[in-house]
Design a protein around this ligand. Structure first.
Ligand code: HEC
Length: 395
């Protein structure tokens, strides 16, 4: 299927904007309710059946929220559910995935240096991982493991890293990372759609019928909500990971992802405890040290410059002309990119000198450019370009 790249860009822009907006609404509401739960005042005189309450002021008004131990004696006529935020985040996310990745798998998903495969195979792997991820996770939560939430989380974490490792052996680094994010996002939304909301509906139905609700329903819902709570920050990193090739295009990118997931979970845990009045600032310090350690670990080795002879401007220029300018031009000839990616034009020697440090980072020290190595740049050409940049002085 070929759609005009300019149209695809605007479909992608619009969808990404929507995805961001509804995502903020979802995660924002979820953060708010976690905050509320943690800050409830549970001591002191409360109306019958009330577990805790809280006063707050916002936008010039005073709010008084109460949490019931189980439910109010009489259910209110209007009850707000908070589910469309989650559903629309998933729907817009999948649509964005189609516009960015599935319409152009050969650009963003297949990296011949990782594994060469037809575009449709890469799409199948991506979609398959989302379906499989949910099925396996859901089974685990329904298994005997669920009795021990910590062991369950540890098993889930190991499986996630295994999936990450597998995807990084098959797809481009960027596609592997975004798909791990999509697997986690799908699990979060499916938790809302298949467990949390249906269980709440059964709870409300039982209460309306004057029956005692099954306590197992609440327990299952709580387990899934807990998981969603801890998965949130790792997912948010994965959604922005595409901006950071030093994470996804590293040789051991799966280890980097594994570390960042732990850091995200740790930071979330800090906030969970802080809401309950038990701040453990050391967790943030460990997280910051962890970020520094990952930054150090991911540092690409400066490519060995085997080229001893001086590289002429002409040679460097012709390499960039051959491998970069189909995209990085004011009027690209590439079939997918109709404007210079990241606004970076590499049409003259001056342009090349200006962006020397970036070129070195993406085409010499790492091989994250040319994108998907569509122009088949050789290691020798990278080394030659590196030698030319080195001769410019430390850019
Ligand atoms: C098939 C199209 C394509 C080709 C060919 C290509 N690039 Fe890119 N380049 C992109 C896209 C798309 C982005 C933005 C997305 C990203 O950062 O990965 C980008 C981003 C970059 C960036 C990051 C710019 C910034 O400020 O974030 C650098 C540096 C870069 N390219 C250098 C190169 C060099 C050097 C070559 C040739 C050796 C090259 N590119 C070839 C598509 C291409």
């Amino acid at each position: 299927m070929t759609i005009d790249p300019h149209i695809v860009e605007w479909l992608s822009l619009t969808t990404r904007w929507i995805h961001f907006i509804v995502g903020v609404a979802w995660i924002g509401a979820s953060f708010y309710f976690n905050w509320l739960e943690g800050h409830l005042e549970r001591d002191g005189e409360k109306p019958p059946g009330v577990a805790g309450d809280i006063w707050s002021v916002h936008g010039g008004g005073f709010y008084h929220a109460m949490k019931y131990e189980l439910a109010p004696p009489k259910l209110p006529e209007t009850l707000h559910w908070f589910k469309w935020e989650a559903y629309s985040t998933w729907l817009s996310g999948v649509t964005l995935m189609i516009f960015v990745y599935y319409l152009n798998p050969s650009v963003y998903m297949v990296d011949p240096a990782v594994r060469d495969m037809p575009g449709y195979a890469a799409v199948l792997i991506g979609v398959g991982s989302m379906v499989l991820g949910w099925v396996v996770y859901d089974r685990l939560c329904k298994s005997a493991l669920a009795k021990n939430p910590l062991v369950l989380s540890a098993v889930g974490y190991v499986l996630l890293i295994a999936l990450t490792w597998g995807l990084t052996q098959l797809l481009s680094g960027r596609a592997a990372f975004i798909h791990v994010g999509a697997v986690l996002g799908t699990i979060m939304v499916a938790n809302v759609a298949h467990v949390i909301i249906p269980n709440q509906r059964k709870l409300v139905a039982a209460l309306s019928a004057g029956e005692a609700p099954d306590p197992a329903l609440g327990k299952q819902g709580l387990l899934r909500s807990r998981h969603n709570n801890y998965i949130t920050l790792p997912v948010l990193f994965l959604m922005i990971s595409n901006h950071y090739p030093s994470s996804f295009s590293h040789q051991h990118s799966w280890l980097i992802l594994a570390a960042l997931v732990l850091i995200g979970v740790g930071v979330r845990h800090y906030f969970n405890l802080r809401h309950k009045g038990k701040p453990g600032i050391w967790m943030l310090i460990v997280a910051a040290a962890g970020m520094a350690a990952v930054a150090w670990f991911s540092m690409p080795p400066r490519a060995e410059l085997t080229q001893s002879a001086e590289v002429s401007d002409d040679i460097a220029f012709s390499i960039v002309q051959q491998h970069c300018v189909s995209c990085h031009a004011s009027a690209p000839t590439d079939a997918v990119f109709t404007s210079a990616p990241s606004g970076m034009v590499l049409e003259s020697l001056d342009d090349m000198r200006r962006y020397a440090a970036q070129i070195r980072a993406r085409a010499v020290d790492t091989h994250s450019m040319p994108l998907g190595n569509t122009t088949a740049m050789t290691p020798e050409e990278r080394a030659t370009l590196g030698a030319w940049i080195a001769a410019l002085g430390n850019p």
